[in-house]
Design a binder for this molecule. Structure first.
Ligand SMILES: NC(=O)c1ccc[n+]([C@@H]2O[C@H](COP(=O)([O-])OP(=O)(O)OC[C@H]3O[C@@H](n4cnc5c(N)ncnc54)[C@H](O)[C@@H]3O)[C@@H](O)[C@H]2O)c1
Ligand SMILES: O=P(O)(O)OC[C@H](O)CO
Length: 332
């Protein structure tokens, strides 16, 4: 039986810990607050992030990262992207030297413009072959409820990808392996930005034609960036690309889509942030880093640029729509 440590007890860390335990993996979770750790271990519930979901009684949780990491084969990193570096700096010395490091985070680091697997290798010194990413249409609550879904485990080392696949395959969760880490990470980070755009459009009152146009043209710009960085187009037309884009852009459960909707219906960035109650909408920060990454590769990402202008440039949603539709007309 493999042993997994899930670092981060938010919505996805908790839902994925349940998937691992349901697949027969031995799971320890780390939570920032001891009372949350105690409620996971003793009450088998994460009342703050997944209230009403019964967790397997085999899952233990602690607020001590050293205890949590002891003997781990798989270290699952389930904290928000922009906090990963600082958290990892504190954890690195306790990570077992042969463990596989699996990132669940979907973002691009601001400032460095690094993907999460790059941050992980840089901070821990782990060879990139030890670093994997999991990405796909995986909204946390429906998965915790046991609704069927599929995902992608991307790792350049196929043996490690297979080990992770085995550790989390259940009757309701179907992981596929893929060697394209760049594609999986770019798909996961960029779809959050496009989901913000879809939310903004829905908030204004636009319907399915508009949303489908944003998703499709959003995919086009994600593929342009991914290919420039070395991703395979097939990854972006798979679960970690189209699959996640459709789920996130369409679901009222998506934090990114909901955040965009609040902006589209006239809310300010501050009020949308307040309404999120500390839950992270990764696209709000990643729109800046994705846009900068695209610029540095001379890739055009007009939707990402528009989201950035609304979130950080003071542009209104109607003005951003006008700006997008006023662009030069061209072939598809
Ligand atoms: N929620 C989902 O449905 C879902 C699904 C797939 C991927 N993801 C990705 O997984 C990552 C984690 O998301 P989540 O939904 O579990 O987030 P969340 O906001 O629900 O929880 C974040 C967790 O990280 C911890 N944390 C540690 N350091 C932190 C810091 N400095 N700032 C904020 N939180 C800190 C929090 O205590 C909390 O336990 C994100 O990158 C997200 O995009 C989320
Ligand atoms: O709630 P969101 O917008 O962070 O999206 C959650 C997942 O990434 C969907 O796969």
């Amino acid at each position: 039986m493999s042993r997994a440590t899930v670092l981060g007890s938010g919505s996805w860390g908790t839902a994925f810990a349940k998937v691992l335990a349901d697949a027969g993996t031995d799971v320890t979770m780390w939570a920032r607050r001891e009372e949350l750790a105690a409620s996971i271990t003793d009450d088998h519930e994460n009342k703050d992030y997944l209230p009403g979901i019964e967790l397997p009684s085999s899952i233990r949780a602690t607020s001590d990262p050293v205890r949590a990491l002891d003997g781990a084969d798989i270290v699952v990193l389930a904290v928000p992207s922009q906090s990963l570096r600082a958290n990892l700096e504190a954890w690195t010395d306790s990570i077992p030297p042969q463990a596989t490091l699996l990132s669940l985070a979907k973002g691009i680091e601001t400032g460095t413009l690094m993907r999460m697997s790059q941050v992980i290798s840089q901070v821990t010194g782990a060879d990139p072959s030890r670093v994997a990413c999991l990405s796909g249409p995986n909204l946390a609550r429906p998965i915790a409820e046991g609704q069927p879904a599929a995902t992608v485990i991307a790792c350049s080392d196929s043996q490690r990808a297979l080990e992770i696949q085995k550790s989390c395959a259940t009757g309701y969760f179907r992981p596929y392996t893929n060697s394209d880490v760049i594609g999986a990470e770019i798909g996961g980070a960029c779809k959050n930005v496009i989901a913000l755009a879809c939310g903004m459009a829905a908030g204004v009152g636009y319907g399915e034609n508009t949303l489908a146009s944003i998703m499709t043209r959003g995919l086009a710009e994600i593929i342009r960036l991914g290919v420039a960085l070395g991703a395979k187009p097939s990854t972006l037309s798979g679960l970690a690309g189209v699959g996640d884009l459709v789920a996130t852009c369409s679901s009222p459960l998506s934090r990114n889509r909901t955040f965009g909707e609040r902006l589209g219906s006239g809310g300010s960035l501050e009020s949308a942030q307040e309404a999120a109650h500390g839950q992270v909408a990764e696209g709000v920060k990643s729109c800046t880093s994705v846009r900068a990454l695209a610029e540095s590769y001379d890739v055009e990402m007009p939707l990402t640029d528009a989201v950035h202008r609304v979130c950080h440039g003071g542009m209104s949603v109607p003005d951003a729509v006008g700006h997008l539709l006023g662009r030069r007309i061209k072939p598809e």
